[in-house]
Ligand binder design. Structure first.
Ligand SMILES: [Zn+2]
Length: 172
């Protein structure tokens, strides 16, 4: 009587890979768009990588909460404030309206910028570079009043609406 060999046609690693190849499609995927990692399962539905990202955010929130109870001028509190401000920095192209004028601008800090730029309405804010801003300025050069301000003609307002709707400057 012979004892069956535990694995045929390969070593343990091969077997693991073969089982894994069969099992992988059966596992639930992370629910994040374009993420094909395994989900950790209920109750999160997300993968380990995304869970760690969530953890990092929660940790920051917790740090902020603790620090806010402590001396606001402490070095620790200053670091947290700087981190908070850094998070608000996103390269953006914005379109705002003031009366019959529209301004197309670029900023790395929309919150700060909107405190400085006179406006009645924010028509659109989307990710964008200074080059994107320059392209917009060129496209509407015929409506330019001065600097970054343009006449609020229907075509420009329409453009702003479209940019706002698709959440980016260019069409897909
Ligand atoms: Zn994921």
């Amino acid at each position: 009587m012979s004892i069956a060999r535990p694995f045929r046609g390969g070593d343990a690693t091969d077997l693991f890979d073969r089982v894994e190849a069969k099992m992988a499609p059966l596992r639930p995927r992370c629910i994040y768009p374009d993420c094909d990692k395994d989900s950790l399962g209920a109750p999160t539905g997300i993968c380990m990588g995304h869970a760690m990202a969530v953890w990092k955010v929660m940790e920051d929130c917790w740090d902020d909460m603790i620090a806010s109870r402590q001396n606001p001028d402490s070095p620790r509190q200053q670091v947290i404030r700087q981190r908070h401000e850094a998070k608000q920095r996103v390269d953006s192209v914005y379109i705002v309206k003031l009366g019959d004028r529209v301004k197309i601008g670029f900023t790395t800090n929309m919150h700060q910028r909107m405190r400085d730029v006179p406006h009645e309405e924010i028509l659109a804010v989307v990710p964008g570079t200074m080059q994107d801003e320059a392209r917009c300025h060129a496209a509407f050069a015929h409506l330019r009043v001065a600097g970054e301000w343009f006449r609020a003609e229907p075509e420009l307002l329409q453009f702003a609406r479209e940019v706002d709707t698709r959440g980016k400057l260019d069409g897909a």
